[in-house]
Write a protein that binds this ligand. Sequence first.
Ligand code: NDP
Length: 291
Amino acid sequence: MSDAPNYQYELVGVFGHPVAENPTCVMQEAGFDALGLRWRYLTIDIAPGKLADAIQAMRVFNMQGANLTIPYKVEVLRYLDEIAPDARLIGAVNTVWRQDGRYIGANTDGKGFLRSLREDANMNPAGRRAVILGAGGAARAIAVELALAGVSYIVIVNRTRERGEELARHLNAQTPVTAEYASWDETYAIPDRTDFVINATSIALYPNVDDIPDIDYDTIHAQHLVCDVIPNPPRTPFLHRAAARGARTLDGLGMLVYQGAIAFEMWTGQPAPVEAMKAALAREFGVESNN
Ligand code: NDP
């Protein structure tokens, strides 16, 4: 006897506003195809004021989960059944997944960065000293995950003093790391003994792809690992300048792929086909898929 036909799909997706240019569907659907899963990833624009309804709709449609993007990563906390401890520390949720019928908020941005650091740059961050440029959502997620992974010292360098000071205070109070704020009123010199430098600002985000953080590039050395969060185009002027100084570099495409791969694994319970996901995204961006 042949199996009954099955035309039903498991659903996940992204809620944002605006969201049309979000490329995550490309890598998630490539992952589902690679494993032969009957899953779909939907890109859904949620009008302002409608997020609570959207989460309710997610329950009604019995979705397996969702990603949240701008401007909903913070607001969503109040509509979920549970928030994972690190997402609570970060104060934002980018991934919702379902366990025993309950929707749990997680944050895979910093974890994605960490996995890229370990797997693409072969670096164990424990005991290292980091400089993070920026104090927004990406910087916060990265800083918290680095702190939880045992980084010993973090300098937060941010244009807006209050935001940078608040993040350094939060890290000192809530995580094992020692953190300090450094002002960015003038060209920033990387301190001695720094192991890695991360641009977690939106500098060089499309269309301003030629912009570059105002640091003293003579203070970048061959022993530094220099990282950027900008995924497209991934070879930013910041990474070019660092490479010209002999530093190793890590681009933001890996972080983007791994934050999606971790969500994929939470949703499907299966190891993510990372190479297929990364190749699909690199093809979409028109770049090589290696760091
Ligand atoms: P936010 O708006 O929350 O924060 C932006 C940060 O950039 C702030 O610290 C801001 O400083 C700083 N900044 C912006 N412009 C300048 C400038 N001209 N000079 C100095 N500092 C500047 O954004 P997010 O943290 O959410 O996103 C930051 C970047 O991270 C984006 O480009 C995003 O695409 C990328 N990202 C990448 C991911 C990946 O997977 N690769 C995942 C998530 C984000 P101030 O506080 O002074 O305004």
